[in-house]
Design a binder for this molecule. Structure first.
Ligand code: PHE
Length: 472
């Protein structure tokens, strides 16, 4: 019945799907956020914990999301509604998460876009001033706002036309290019005099700085980076053909995502230490260290810098398009809106949230009415530290305790035609270990984090949605 209401699109090819899913996963999370979180959370110890969550939790949740999406043949809200209305709220939470992530993501996307142009307009000519230039740029009112709006506009144009054509082709060219550039920067970075301290920072785990909030940061980042816990991979899985091997594709996407994050860390930290900079600078990290490396390379550095920020912008774009698509697909499927209208409505709200976030870096920086944080941090912390991890936990509970095991086995072996040797392991991990692990990390993290009021607000919001789940 659902099928006749909504015409389901499907991926053209296996590589098309992998590129789209990897395009969603690989983004600002890997190149902008992973390095700065590593920097503020003590280096190697954070990376180890992160890798543990990627393989121990993220991979299994990705398999689960693919399985639920393909089984239901519907996007997040519709899928949970179809299986069990008590879980509809988790789809709704996903749509809300997409809105919130899009509250800050386009701001950073706009910075990346701006740096394409700044690379050729003299930014690299004075290496010592690159850090201050970044601070001055993002705290301005109009300049970052305009770049954010241009970036957001690109998202709206692409999603309004349907995702297939342009963005998939662009990621086919730009993703390999991004890899090549990161490798070039990484090689330059580790061969700088004084680079050893940076390698030590990322390779030698120092557990003395690890607290409950380090674990929560690593877990949240694992979900954010793999686009999990909010129905994005579930939606992408719903467009997949029955012939595809879900667990194999999940493994490929996970490995691609992780390798980009690690490469970014190798590209950034040795150079950072070589230049005598501080690792714990926060969100400005990639916008300061990478241009500094290129500034040392003369004319070639300018060209590489342009290419790097173009690639970063496109990597970001393939992710934010998937976020806008989650909201748009919901409006189309559940609210019966026409695609263009749905995109403009969702995009219009994002213009408002993005504007508030962008201004919260400058003129609105004292405007901390949202539980003691500004707009940018409100959207960022709420999704990354609460919604995605709890979303993932509820998905694991749903799959482990409320779906039939035979159905899962059937879905993951394509009705017995492909092997999934580790099915029992995956099932046990998803059913028992993941809910307990996320629960423990969430409690420990919330107790040790500074923004306790914000965390409680997030949890109350989820609880209210859960109570009204059947009415959503
Ligand atoms: N995974 C993307 C990144 O790393 C962000 C994202 C999160 C995209 C959730 C979709 C859903 O940049």
């Amino acid at each position: 019945m659902e099928k006749s209401q909504v015409k389901r699109e499907s991926w053209g090819s296996r590589i098309g799907f992998i590129l789209a899913a990897a395009g969603s996963a690989v983004g600002l999370g890997n190149i902008w956020r992973f390095p700065y979180l590593t920097g503020t959370n003590g280096g190697g110890a954070f990376i180890l914990i992160y890798l543990f969550f990627i393989l121990g939790v993220g991979l299994s949740i990705m398999i689960a999301e693919f399985a639920v999406g393909r089984r239901a043949n519907l996007a997040a809200v519709g899928a949970f509604k179809k299986f069990d209305k008590r879980f509809t709220f988790i789809g709704v939470l996903g749509v809300l998460s997409a809105f919130f992530i899009m509250g800050f993501y386009p701001v950073v996307g706009g910075w990346a876009l701006a740096y394409v142009f700044k690379s050729v307009t003299g930014l690299l000519s004075n290496q010592a001033a690159i850090g201050d230039a970044f601070g001055a740029f993002i705290s301005g009112s109009y300049e970052p706002l305009i770049w954010m709006l241009i970036y957001l506009f690109a998202n709206i144009v692409i999603v309004a036309r349907g995702v297939q054509g342009g963005i998939e082709k662009a990621s086919k060219i730009m993703m390999p290019m991004l890899y090549v550039l990161l490798i070039i920067i990484a090689i330059r970075s580790i061969t700088l005099p004084g680079a050893g301290a940076g390698l030590e920072f990322i390779l030698k785990p120092d557990f003395s700085q690890v607290t409950g909030s380090t674990f929560l940061a690593a877990l949240g980042q694992a979900f954010f980076s793999l686009s999990l816990g909010m129905g994005c991979m579930l939606t992408y899985g719903s467009y997949l053909s029955k012939e595809e091997n879900l667990q194999k594709n999940a493994l490929i996407v996970t490995l691609m995502d992780t390798s980009v994050a690690l490469l970014a860390a190798i590209a950034i930290f040795p150079a950072l230490f070589a230049f005598g900079m501080e690792p714990a600078v926060g969100p400005g990290l990639v916008f300061v260290v990478v241009p500094s490396v290129f500034a040392q390379m003369g004319g070639l550095g300018v060209i590489l810098s342009v290419i790097f920020f173009v690639a970063l912008t496109l990597a970001a774009l393939t992710s934010s398009v998937s976020l806008l698509e989650v909201v748009t697909a919901y409006l189309i499927d559940e609210r019966r809106m026409e695609r263009k209208k749905a995109t403009y409505l969702a995009g219009g709200i994002m213009v408002i949230t993005g504007t508030l976030s962008s201004l919260s870096m400058g003129v609105l920086s004292d405007f901390n009415i949202l539980f003691g944080v500004g707009f940018f941090d409100f959207f960022d912390i709420l999704t990354d530290k609460i919604f995605l991890a709890i979303g993932g936990m509820v998905i694991a509970i749903f799959v482990g305790w409320f779906m039939k095991k035979e159905d899962l086995k059937d879905e993951l072996t394509n009705s017995g035609t492909v092997e999934f040797g580790l099915f029992e392991v995956w099932y046990a991990v998803t059913k028992y270990i993941i809910p307990l692990a996320i629960g423990a990390v969430a409690v420990a993290g919330i107790l040790s984090i500074e923004q306790t009021a914000l965390m409680i607000f997030g949890i109350v919001l989820i609880a209210v949605l859960a109570i009204f789940s059947k009415k959503l």
